[in-house]
Write a new protein. Structure first.
Lengths: 735, 284
């Protein structure tokens, strides 16, 4: 019956998957829009398809994965023909050869139609890339009922009286994008014109001192994230908020106005936000096709701009659209349009990407009151330089070939020696029939598991981007093992991360095994009436995908909305900012992973308990052993060796448990809760795509685990092992 | 044959287990409550997971509301997930079973080296092998296809499946096969007719794990697939919780839809789970 159903299901699936092929020319177009912006884009695509004989395949990629996906897909001709991206990525996109000059998708006669600043942002060395679609920057939202007239300076604004339990100003203070306007008012910037870290000097320090002072006096909310800002402002608990056009959609009927950011009183300068020009880019493949260029031209045109503005709530870069009556009554959009005039386009150089993480850590540290601005910024600058450090000059690859050759020769020699051994031929012949059973598996595993692994490991001898790798010998390893020339236990050093990883693994395995054995032993009691139900309920955490678990727990640890803080409050304790301190952030990670992993150990224990013969326990009871003695001296010694394989596997899994660490604490505070795997991930994806460096981390991780599992394997005394095998051989109940 | 326990012991044991049941269920109840709330996270946190303005809007959104192109994309993606995960389980078991049997029963040259290689493959973080895998699939012309994804999932599931099944085969007495062979069956026939049926619980548990690993995976799927109609459910789910625009209620509803089938399978297989999980023979 079940088999028939399965077969039927397969048949239906195969038929349904085979359908669907088109004749018309097809344009593949990628974007990272959600909500209104996506709706507008879909409408535009439909309209265009109806008028022209083309099919447009839209793909909405999650924002977090967007850059990596473009980088991997486009060079292999599996990417889009054109895509929407922020202009500041243009520098690295050009370096990775993801974009082509815009050509007649933006003809010379249309140049005057677009905002000059947005076109400038898309021009590198006199060549224009991309059609500007919309301009995004942040501005000041003011609650009309609480603040009838906006003061001239931000200091006066923050000094205004606030509603009970409210704040004078809310914004994502811990994010560089939101701190940048303060920097500009103090004469500093994220990146200087010549590509150096710009958050240095008196101005940058003063800007941090200003906001840290507000934070210290409780004038800013703690850990303000996007949802917190929205919640506080939309419920009238904040006089003002700094945010982008996206906030307006969530404010419903409340009375508010949008204004350009005010002055900073101390310097008398206006706060200038960063400007992002979202643009449609052509890929090298797509730029060769007339229909792709035509579609991109259409997206930037007046008609399409009107749809994007009214439906997608975008501040469009097409000046003609602003002359239409439909936009002239739109107060919010007009206010943001005005704000863009006072905004500075973000630099397009690749160095800009390397500023975000160090800047964010520095800002957060100062806001928490951990360090003085000067020290924090110096550290940030050092980290910025570290991430951009050019790869070492290529040494001669001869030593590598030599070593590889020697290793291969050594292996060959060993094999020859083994084959020459007296009994070898007989042994080989005896085992020959086994190869019929393993050959297919061996081939497939070698091709699809071992080969990528070896290639990945070889990457560790290279530096540079994926498409222009550069051989650097062992210098990635040397750099990692010498903590990049810094303090051996300094911030982000390999040894510190290793220490955290080992502690992480030990805590988790101890709790997994401890809780697993406890529950296994409790549930093995025959008199426990509800044990079948208990068992089902206790297995549930195992069945939930671990990224869901991780995100659910992250939500529970939230400073304002989290259930854990609600419980603490109900108990009369102060709420905790879990991700501001190492100990609480680490504990949050462990709690999540323990929840995730204890059912596995519980089931393993239940299985292992069934193999302990009842007679042994009964004999011990007859001998007068107490219950604890029986557990300690009979059950446990028989149980643990049986569980050892599961513990070894659990250790390997926990050591490399990327999802939990990355999704729950994300390394906060300041990357100190990162484990080796998440550190490797950061090198590969957030620090200038240093795949070689990440690969070296991976090889080191593998080496460590190999040694560790060998040591764990030694723990099994050989005689116990044999005893277990004998016990296992006892016939089990027929199924 | 066990003594009847005292009342104090009953209370203690039940109490202790209940503490962990609450620990296990609390986050799940939060996800359920969030999925039924129509007003997102609500004001501040509350201790009990009770939905705000209960409604099924989030579920409607996941199941097809957010589908302006009216092709019931979600149905297709559900079918993708089912197809890929079922095929992964079938292929992984087909590859692993004979191999595990040979490792459990025969002595042959290269066995130790093979076992060690299998264990090592479990230790290498995917961060570093993802890029070569991408290039390899590109070379095989399997990029952006469900077949390619299935192949990758199945092969990554094979090492664990081999360990697991080898442990199970080792625990089956050799006498069973020998009896069959005395009756005139070949070794292979004995394997098919005698050993496989005896190892059924372990095989179904191993298949469940392979199914689950494919059903829940999203990093590789998000990298390898670039057509919405080819996406699997976790990739779809990931879109709801972007950095700038998180729709937690919708994500929670999606999470429940994704988790439900696996929970159901666990419920059905829980008896096998205890007897079939050997995690055996990982003795490096």
């Amino acid at each position: 019956m079940i088999r028939a159903l399965l077969l039927a299901a397969f048949a239906v699936l195969f038929v349904s998957l085979g359908a669907g092929c088109g004749e018309e020319p097809k344009i593949v177009f990628w974007h990272a829009y959600r909500g209104d912006e996506e709706t507008a884009l879909i409408k535009l695509t439909k309209d265009y398809e109806a008028e022209h004989k083309v099919t447009i395949e839209l793909l909405s990629v999650p924002f977090d994965a967007y850059a990596a996906k473009l980088e991997s897909a486009i060079p292999h001709a599996h990417g889009p023909d054109a895509f929407i991206d922020a202009h500041e990525r243009l520098g690295s996109d050009l370096q990775n050869r993801l974009v082509a000059p815009i050509g007649d998708a933006l003809p010379e006669k249309d140049v005057a139609v677009f905002e000059p600043a947005s076109l400038n942002a898309l021009t590198i060395a006199g060549v224009r890339y991309g059609v500007p679609l919309s301009e995004k920057c942040i501005a000041l939202y003011v609650n009309e009922d609480l603040v009838p007239k906006t003061p001239r300076t931000i200091e006066e604004l923050v000094a205004l009286p606030v509603p009970v339990g409210g704040y004078p100003l809310v914004y994502e203070a811990g994010t560089p994008f939101y701190h940048a306007p303060f920097l500009s008012a103090f004469g500093a910037s994220m990146l200087t014109a010549d590509g150096q870290f710009g958050m240095v000097g008196e101005g940058a320090e003063d800007s941090l001192r200003l906001v840290a002072g507000w934070q210290k006096n409780g004038l800013l909310p703690e850990e303000p994230s996007g949802p917190v800002v929205k919640e506080l402002f939309s419920t009238g608990k904040a006089n003002a908020a700094i945010s982008g056009p996206w906030l307006a959609g969530d404010l419903g009927k409340m009375r508010f106005r949008v204004e350009p950011l005010p002055l900073v009183g101390k310097t008398g300068q206006r706060m200038r936000p960063l400007l992002t020009v979202e643009s449609a880019f052509l890929t090298p493949g797509g730029s060769k096709r007339e229909e792709v260029r035509a579609f991109v031209r259409y997206l930037g045109g007046k008609q399409a701009s009107l749809v994007r503005a009214s439906l997608g709530r975008q501040v469009v870069a097409n000046k003609q659209a602003w002359e239409e009556p439909a936009l002239q009554n739109d107060k919010v959009l007009i206010a943001f349009h005005a704000a863009t005039k006072d905004a500075d386009p973000m630099p397009t150089s690749t160095a800009m990407r390397a500023t975000w993480v160090p800047a964010q850590e520095a800002i957060r540290k100062v806001l928490r009151g951990d360090v003085e601005p000067k020290a924090a910024l110096e550290e940030a600058r050092a980290r910025f330089l570290d991430a951009l450090k050019p790869p070492p000059s290529p040494p001669s690859p001869t030593p590598l070939f030599l070593v590889c050759g020697l290793v291969l020769a050594g292996l060959a020699l060993l094999m020859v020696k083994r084959v020459r051994e007296p009994g070898f031929k007989a042994e080989f012949r005896r085992g020959r029939r086994a190869y019929a059973y393993v050959l297919h598996a061996a081939v497939i595993i070698l091709l699809l598991v071992v080969l990528p692994l070896v290639l990945g490991a070889l990457t560790s001898f290279f530096a540079g981007t994926r498409d222009q790798p550069q051989y650097v010998g062992l210098s990635n390893y040397v750099s990692i093992l010498t903590a990049r020339g810094g303090d051996l236990l300094g911030h982000g050093s390999f040894y510190l991360t290793l220490l955290v990883t080992v502690l992480w693994t030990l805590c988790n395995i101890a709790l997994h095994v401890g809780i697993g054995v406890l529950l296994g032993v409790l549930l093995s009691r025959q008199w426990l009436r509800l044990r079948a139900i208990y068992r089902v309920l206790l297995i549930i955490p195992w069945a939930v995908p671990n990224y869901v678990t991780a995100l659910a727990w992250k939500g529970m640890f939230h400073r304002q909305f989290g259930a854990i803080n609600a419980i603490l409050k109900a108990l009369g304790a102060e709420p905790v900012s879990f991700f501001s301190h190492w100990s609480t952030a680490f504990a949050a990670n462990v709690a999540t992973n323990v929840w995730l992993g204890f059912p596995f150990m519980m089931v393993v224990t239940l299985g292992a308990l069934t193999s302990i013969p009842k007679e042994v326990l009964e004999a011990a009871e007859v001998d007068g052993a107490t219950r604890w003695q029986r557990f300690r001296h009979v059950t446990l010694p028989l149980l643990l060796p049986n569980m050892l394989p599961a513990v070894v596997l659990g250790t390997v899994w926990t050591f490399n448990m990327f999802n939990v660490v990355f999704l729950v604490s994300g390394g906060e505070p300041d990357g100190t809760t990162d484990i080796l795997v998440s550190e490797a991930y950061r090198w590969a994806f957030t620090r200038n795509s240093q795949y070689g460096y990440a690969a070296a981390y991976a090889v080191i991780i593998m080496g460590l685990l190999f040694v560790m599992t060998r040591m764990l394997g030694r723990l099994t005394p050989k005689d116990v092992d044999k005893g277990e095998t004998a016990a296992k051989d006892a016939p089990k109940g027929a199924h | 044959m066990e003594r009847t326990p005292s009342l104090a012991e009953r209370i203690l044991v039940n109490g202790l287990v209940l503490v962990f049941v609450v620990f296990a269920l609390y986050p799940v109840l939060w996800v359920i409550s969030l999925s039924l709330s129509s007003s997102g996270m609500g004001e501040g946190g509350s201790v009990l997971p009770i939905p705000h303005d209960p409604s099924l809007a989030n579920f409607k959104m996941v199941l097809g509301g957010d589908d302006p192109q009216k092709t019931w994309l979600f149905g297709r993606q559900l079918a993708n997930s089912l197809l890929v995960s079922l095929l992964t389980a079938v292929v992984a078991i087909a590859i692993a079973t004979p191999c595990a049997y040979a490792l459990a029963r025969f002595r042959f040259v290269g066995k130790e080296a093979g076992l060690r290689t299998l264990l090592v493959t479990q230790m290498f973080p995917t961060v570093a092998s993802a890029v070569p895998l991408y290039l390899l699939l590109d070379a095989l012309g399997l990029l952006d296809s469900r077949l390619g994804l299935t192949l990758v999932y199945a092969t990554t599931a094979v090492p664990f499946a081999i360990f697991q099944l080898r442990g199970a085969f080792e625990s089956i007495p050799v006498d069973l096969e020998e009896a069959a062979m005395v009756d005139g069956a070949s070794r292979f026939e004995a394997f098919i007719r005698v050993v496989l049926p005896a190892a059924r619980p372990a095989i179904s548990v191993t298949a469940l794990f392979a199914f689950m690993s494919a059903w829940n995976e999203f990093i590789l799927a998000a990298t390898l697939l670039s057509r919405e109609s080819a996406f699997t459910l976790p990739v779809v789910l990931q879109r709801y919780v972007g950095e700038h625009d998180a729709q937690w209620g919708v994500f929670a509803a999606g999470a429940i839809i994704v988790s439900a089938p696996v929970m159901l399978l666990f419920y059905v297989a829980q008896r096998q789970l205890v007897s079939g999980l050997t995690a055996g023979g990982v003795k490096g």
